[in-house]
Design a protein around this ligand. Sequence first.
Ligand SMILES: Nc1ncnc2c1ncn2[C@@H]1O[C@H](COP(=O)(O)OP(=O)(O)O)[C@@H](O)[C@H]1O
Ligand SMILES: [Mg+2]
Length: 215
Amino acid sequence: MFITFEGIEGCGKTTQIKRLENGLRRKNIPLMRTLEPGGTTIGHTIRRILLDSNHKNLSPLAELILYEADRAQHVEEVIKPALDKGQWVLCDRFCDATVAYQGFARGMDMVLIRTLNDAVTRGIRPDLTFLLDCPVEIGLERARTRNRDHAQKGQDRFEQERLAFHRVVRRGYLELASKEDKRFVIIDAALTEDRVEEEIFRVLTPYLVNNHYDI
Ligand SMILES: Nc1ncnc2c1ncn2[C@@H]1O[C@H](COP(=O)(O)OP(=O)(O)O)[C@@H](O)[C@H]1O
Ligand SMILES: [Mg+2]
């Protein structure tokens, strides 16, 4: 099983992917949790370039190609080997993020994005994608609080974007989800952390049964 988490900044992806990881580990499901950008050593270096708020002049094309480079390395080094071994892979952002951010919000050519995504993923697609959807005001406020509480180095390049940018990202994700409604599950991320976790588990229950895991 390959499960991805998507949504705007601060919607709760990292919180929920960790909760799901814990829940699945309790059922002895072999799994790995990873993220983009930065799921490999090389990717970690790429992530620093992408999120550095000093890089205000990073061109949209360079940005797109850096994300795809990160993904190429990640699929090759981490995701494909784990899936081949039969592990469940939980990934915090994947191809849909590039369509939402670089495609919808930055206006990069969608055909180019799809071509690059297809090339770097080598046919690997998520079985299930949770879109944690909430108003951008809620997400950005959560991200601000998180960064303050955890003494992170301030807002990253994306958190500094204007509200309008994040609204386009959100709309982009919702459009993707409506086009691929078999793969996507939209979760109301404005609910409490516990409620969101319950929703995610409810959706996963049939998959656990199909894979002969206890529920
Ligand atoms: N459902 C929720 N309700 C309230 N706060 C939340 C919820 N989910 C996450 N948070 C908090 O919001 C902040 C951002 O969550 P995070 O999981 O880091 O979001 P993301 O990874 O999508 O950017 C964190 O401080 C987290 O504790
Ligand atoms: Mg996160």
